[in-house]
Design a protein around this ligand. Structure first.
Ligand SMILES: [Mg+2]
Ligand SMILES: [Zn+2]
Length: 190
């Protein structure tokens, strides 16, 4: 009798390679979104973020941030203020191996602003990790689109501002940032 089920070896061979890097959206993924924030004192981490990130670091995974900051193009914040805020993020959440910041506005047609894949691809190059070994964790559909068009795997952690269609279209959905990180850890230990 013919057995149509794949062998365990075949299943394992068909699985994607374990992730080696995790990229995070910044606002409403790692820290509470304060629109066009220029003040490091207003940086508030998402619950459990530091612990989750430290687990990834301990597992030897590379970490990065990919963030749209169109407030720079709009003249609402300066690039230096964004750097100061990001410095505070690292002070609270620990070091990241790469920071990718898009300072452009949506009308400028740059290749970095999410949902374009530019920042994900640049982070992958900087980390020396192929895009298909990168996971991107974010809170909206443009994060997921940037991941998939770069060839990376997206995990959506919705907030109350995330649209239903974005949740339905996501490759994977996690309940919390910690949940997303544990999903990555499970795969990286395979
Ligand atoms: Mg966000
Ligand atoms: Zn850009």
């Amino acid at each position: 009798m013919r057995n149509d089920h794949a062998t365990e070896e075949e299943v394992v061979a068909s699985l994607p390679q374990p992730p080696r890097a995790v990229l995070f959206d910044r606002d409403d993924t790692l820290i509470t979104n304060v629109p066009y924030n220029a003040d490091p004192d207003l940086v508030t981490p998402i619950q459990g973020a530091r612990r989750a990130l430290d687990l990834l670091r301990a597992q030897g995974l590379k970490l990065g941030v990919v963030t749209n900051q169109s407030g720079v193009a709009k003249g609402l914040i300066t690039a230096a203020q964004v750097r100061q805020v990001n410095k505070r993020v690292e002070h609270i959440l620990g070091p990241f191996d790469t920071w990718q910041v898009c300072p452009h506005g949506p009308e400028q047609g740059c290749s970095c602003r999410k949902p374009k894949p530019g920042m994900v691809l640049a982070a992958a190059v900087e980390l020396g990790v192929p895009p298909d070994r990168c996971v991107l964790v974010g809170d909206i559909g443009s994060d997921m689109a940037a991941a998939s068009s770069a060839g990376a795997h997206g995990i959506l952690v919705p907030t109350s501002a995330t649209f239903t269609h974005e949740i339905e279209e996501a490759a994977e959905v996690a309940g919390t940032l910690s949940d997303a990180v544990h999903r990555v850890l499970d795969r990286s230990r395979r």
